[in-house]
Design a binder for this molecule. Sequence first.
Ligand code: FES
Ligand code: FES
Length: 200
Amino acid sequence: MRVNLTVNGRPQEADDVWEGESLLYVLRERLGLPGSKNACEQGECGSCTVRLDGVPVCACLVAAGQAEGREVVTVEGLAEYARQRSHATDGTDATDAPGTSLGEPGTSLDEARRWEARPAAEAPDALSPVQQAFIDAGAVQCGFCTPGLLVAADEMLERTPDPTDADIREALSGNLCRCTGYEKIMDAVRLAAARQSEGV
Ligand code: FES
Ligand code: FES
């Protein structure tokens, strides 16, 4: 079957999808977006977390057909998503935002595939605030859990701009990290919240 969905602001279609295929498989193997990680495929680790119509879900547990006609945001589109959100809040035009090619919204597949981490000085708008906070707080080691944590943390900060530690723990409770322990991850989200409230 063919599945039509919007990924990071752009309409996409995936062909020859079989009935038991997961959204995670479509994103990684058919659309070439490997940011969402495949660790457990059982909804246990949260490494595959994406937003489906705004709600964080484990992409490994969503059947591809369930995503028909819906909006998906992956870690590859997080910076652009955050930019558009802040432009929507401050009333400026998101299509003027740096990194938005040809004035069109969303992140193209090519842009997403070419994405690579660069120092903030070279690419000041390449990262969303929560991504920069994870780097600055040293909350990334192997990075396997990071995309899922970033998507979940960003959604929580959108909903709860001034979170308590309990809010952060609850939002991230479905995301497992084998490397960092969770203290630096907590620091990163606190830092992102503080910068957000100061408008940094
Ligand atoms: S791969 Fe989806 S929750 Fe672990
Ligand atoms: S940084 Fe390695 S699993 Fe979290």
